[in-house]
Design a protein around this ligand. Structure first.
Ligand SMILES: Cc1cc2nc3c(=O)[nH]c(=O)nc-3n(C[C@H](O)[C@H](O)[C@H](O)COP(=O)(O)O)c2cc1C
Length: 258
C-alpha cells in the first residue's frame, strides 16, 4: 500500500538524538514538529556499551513500560512519534520495534546510520548499506516489515556516499516507505542531488543535516524532500523547531494563496 504522507509535507521533524531524545526532551524541544524521532535506542546483550545508559536495553528488558511512559510524554509536543532502534541481533530489534508499536508509536525506524564500532564491525550501523552487505540489508528490512505494521523509516549513513542510493533502493523495493537522509556534507551539490534521486524511489523523504534556518530548509524541500529534520539546532534552541515550523507554514500558505 502506498501512502503519500501528506500530513508530514513541508514540516519539521526532530531527528534522533541518542542521550537526549526521550519523551521528556521531545515534549519540550519539538513543539511544532510533525514527527519526533525518539532514540536511537540500543537493544543488545553486549556489555560496556559506550552510550547513554537510559537509551540502552537488554533483550527481554523492560522497555515496554519505558515506551508506554515516554511515547505518551513525547505526544505532548503535538507531534506523531517514531521510535528508532539498533542492535546486534535482528530478532531483538524486531521485538523492540514491535513493542514500540504496541505502546503507540506511529512510525518505527531502523538506525543504519550509527558509526559505533560494536555495529560497524558486524556490518551493521552505517555499514549495513555498504554494497557487500546488501543481502543482509534486504533480510533485515524484509523481516522487520513482515513483523511490524507501522510505516518503517530507514536511516542510512550520510547519503553523499555514492553507493547509498543503490543500497537503499533495495529497502524501498522491499517495501520501506520512508528514508531519512542525513546530508552529511550539508548542501554540497552531490548531497542535494541525492535528495531528488531518493524522492523518485521512496514514498517520502525526510532530509536534514546542517539545517540552521529557513533558507537551508527551503533548499532541502525544493530538492525533493517531503520534510526536513533537525538535530543540533534543536538542542541549542528550545524554540528552534517551533519557529522553523511556523516559517515553513507561512511559506506554504502564501504559495497556495498565489
Ligand atoms: C548528540 C547527537 C546525538 C545523535 N544521536 C543519533 C542517534 O542516536 N541516531 C541517529 O540516527 N542519529 C543520531 N544523531 C544524528 C542526528 O540525528 C542528525 O542526523 C545529524 O546530527 C545531522 O543533523 P543536524 O545537522 O541537524 O544535527 C545524533 C546527533 C547528535 C548531535
Amino acid at each position: 500500500m502506498t501512502d503519500n504522507f501528506d500530513d508530514l509535507r513541508n514540516s519539521v521533524i526532530l531527528s534522533e538524538l541518542g542521550g537526549y531524545g526521550n519523551g521528556i526532551f521531545c515534549a519540550q524541544y519539538a513543539k511544532g514538529a510533525s514527527v519526533v524521532m525518539m532514540g536511537t535506542y540500543i537493544i543488545d546483550s553486549a556489555r560496556n556499551i559506550h552510550y547513554p545508559p537510559e537509551f540502552i536495553f537488554r533483550p527481554g528488558g523492560n522497555y515496554r513500560s519505558y515506551f508506554e511512559a515516554h511515547i505518551k510524554e513525547a505526544r505532548l509536543s503535538g507531534a506523531k512519534v517514531a521510535v528508532s532502534a539498533i542492535g546486534s541481533e535482528l530478532k531483538d530489534v524486531i521485538d523492540m520495534l514491535v513493542t514500540a508499536e504496541q505502546c503507540g508509536a506511529d512510525f518505527i525506524s531502523l538506525c543504519a546510520h550509527s558509526a559505533m564500532e560494536l555495529y560497524t564491525k558486524q556490518g551493521l550501523g552505517y555499514k549495513l548499506c555498504m554494497p557487500e552487505n546488501r543481502d543482509n540489508l534486504k533480510r533485515w528490512i524484509s523481516e522487520i516489515l513482515s513483523a511490524t505494521s507501522k510505516p518503517l523509516i530507514l536511516k542510512p549513513g550520510s547519503v553523499w556516499h555514492d553507493y547509498i542510493v543503490e543500497s537503499v533502493s533495495i529497502a524501498a523495493q522491499s517495501g520501506t516507505p520512508i528514508v531519512h537522509a542525513n546530508l552529511g556534507l550539508a548542501f554540497e551539490p552531490e548531497a542535494i542531488a541525492t535528495i531528488g534521486e531518493l524522492s523518485q524511489i521512496f514514498d517520502f523523504v525526510i532530509a536534514g543535516g546542517g539545517i540552521t534556518g529557513i533558507d537551508g530548509a527551503k533548499e532541502v524541500l525544493e530538492a525533493g524532500a517531503g520534510a526536513v529534520s533537525v538535530a543540533k539546532a534543536a538542542i541549542q534552541d528550545v524554540h528552534f523547531i517551533e519557529q522553523l515550523g511556523r516559517e515553513l507554514k507561512e511559506i506554504v500558505i502564501s504559495k497556495s494563496a498565489q
